[in-house]
Ligand binder design. Sequence first.
Ligand code: HEC
Ligand SMILES: [Cu+2]
Length: 318
Amino acid sequence: MLLLAGCGITGTEPNPLEPKGSVAEDQLFLIKLSLGIMIGVLVIVFALFFYVLIRYRKRRGQDDIPKQVEGNHILEIVWTVVPLLLLLVLAVPTVYYTFKFAEDYREHQDALQVNVTAHQYWWEFEYPDYGIITAQELYIPVNKTVSVDLISADVIHSFWVPALAGKMDTLVGMNNHMYFDAKEEGVYKGKCAELCGASHALMDFKVIAVSQEEFEAWVDKMQNPGYAIAEDTSQGQELFKNKCMACHAIDAGTPGLGPNLTNYADRALVAGFRPNDSEWLHRWIDKPDEMKPGTTMPEVPLSEDEITEIVNYLQTLK
Ligand code: HEC
Ligand SMILES: [Cu+2]
């Protein structure tokens, strides 16, 4: 286990042991408290066990039965009261934080409201107060409580950003909720944490925590994308309109069957897990199922040149 955990030490993998938000910090405190108590008990019990094993072992020539201690009141009180106290020390903060983590911020004015819909195999983020729908990248301001309302479009998934907060399942037809914040600006890796199909392991997303000003600039840009479509990408635009727009919108207010592609060229990744460059974009549009087995994005019949036109067009969406 220690060797496997070592894979996370490189700092590139999400890590609940390096919390970057207040919820994750409180959760790490609970982990440390319970592990600390349990390891303490383990060490003391084993130390006593080995001491007794060696000190009172049967010696050569010893045939009588040793002094019996049953009914020893002091011992019985000690081994009843000590575990009781330990369980109390565990229970009080655990119960306190269980209720704290379950608090519902969905009606709070000060919290940023985000509706999360999990799909096989991508994440949709809707900001109801701003009329923005986007995918794979969840922009949030630092030091602000983010309240997420979680639902699934197909099977059970689980929303997990290890550095910011523990997991929460997304269900069909039943909303779950949780909240978190980020104390430092940065990009925090998120994962689907519930086996949901062939491409479960590729169902990644990012939480991008920025300053309040940067967040407002992002909101403004999403609401008013000033695409500068050049003459030579008009063919790609036309193809996109005809073949892709049934599922993909390029204005942030319109929902769709696929990810909303507003300002798509500003996104770092294709389908949440490959670099957003012309090569990967081409591969994705050509054979989505090869990159993400089981994806619901269809393989649209297109020539190589047509795909290139569309890719060039998508790269102007910024
Ligand atoms: C039937 C609906 C549908 C059609 C038609 C469709 N797509 Fe998609 N597309 C999807 C879905 C669903 C996804 C999400 C797949 C995933 O990540 O698992 C997706 C993902 C994408 C992505 C990655 C989005 C992201 O968030 O990174 C791009 C880019 C894309 N499609 C481009 C296109 C282009 C270009 C066309 C037209 C040639 C097209 N799509 C046609 C449904 C569709
Ligand atoms: Cu999933």
